[in-house]
Design a protein around this ligand. Sequence first.
Ligand code: PRE
Length: 331
Amino acid sequence: MAQSSKKSLPAVSFLGPVSSYTHQATLQCFGKGTFEYQPATTIADVFEAVQSGEAEKGVVPFENSTNGAVIPTLELLADRNSLYPDLYVSAEAYLDVRHFLLGHKAPPVSLTSSPVLSGISTPTPSYPAPLQPKSKPLLSLKHIKRLHTHPQAYGQCEIFLGAYLKGVERREESSTSRSAEVVKADTSGKSAAIASSLAAEVHGLDILAENIEDREDNTTRFFILQKGKPVNDLPQDADVQSKSLVSFTVDHGTPGALADVLECFRNNRLNLTSINSRPTTTTRFQYIFFVEFVGSRIRDWDGRVEEALSCLDKHTQSWRWLGSWEDKLQR
Ligand SMILES: O=C(O)C(=O)C[C@]1(C(=O)O)C=C[C@@H](O)C=C1
């Protein structure tokens, strides 16, 4: 019998299920046909798939312009137990995030009932001048008794939720697309999910409100992970800006220990673009720091990055290079 000529594709693991924002960022990066798409249940599952070699690439959310860092991703990058020693960030992607309220249309009700609100209506005595949401519900929300979404999405939609769904019970799900699945399965029709318009299509849910994010410019940044150090695949004279990420710990008892580390970057004229921290979990109130800066360890023609990194040897207890990649932020 003739053997199949179909070659198996390398896999990319991403926070799923299908129609999550991470799925959309993955499509933006890799398109169709070059990778086998493997939706994962948690961000930790993505890290594991890449570390084990089951997937060649992994895509995880890192931060949102409205709601800040994605804590589970920082936790995994902290890698306190050396579970992911070979993982590096090799690229980034930005996605405009438009949130939709998805559910089931309210059953027909008498004309005397209130048009849209569920929960406790605003303003309240304790919150007399609420911020104005930028969109209104398309359909009545009166029947909505429970909300489902990823914690990051709640943080991006607080103004709309405060105006139209104040006090409604909130459940946290592993992703926005998972919340759409949960709402689809709830036959009471009383729950709603915050997710993408794609999730509405995929799960056949009604759109109860659109563009409910607090800010017009709501954007999430994703990291593309790989096993093994990134290498430079661009010509030396390519006109690109790069960024790099390092994590480190310092002696909290030494005054100026963190300032000394930051000096390493300043002295080498490397601009910092983000600083984050997570508890060490070994000593209370001591932290693992993450610093991101403009510059690349793999396109370091004048040696400034290497110089800054060797300075870290002197001023940190330990440090780790977590990758260098092309800056994709459109300014
Ligand atoms: O839940 C999803 O759809 C995700 O891809 C996760 C995630 C995140 O963790 O930031 C991604 C983009 C949005 O900011 C909200 C949620």
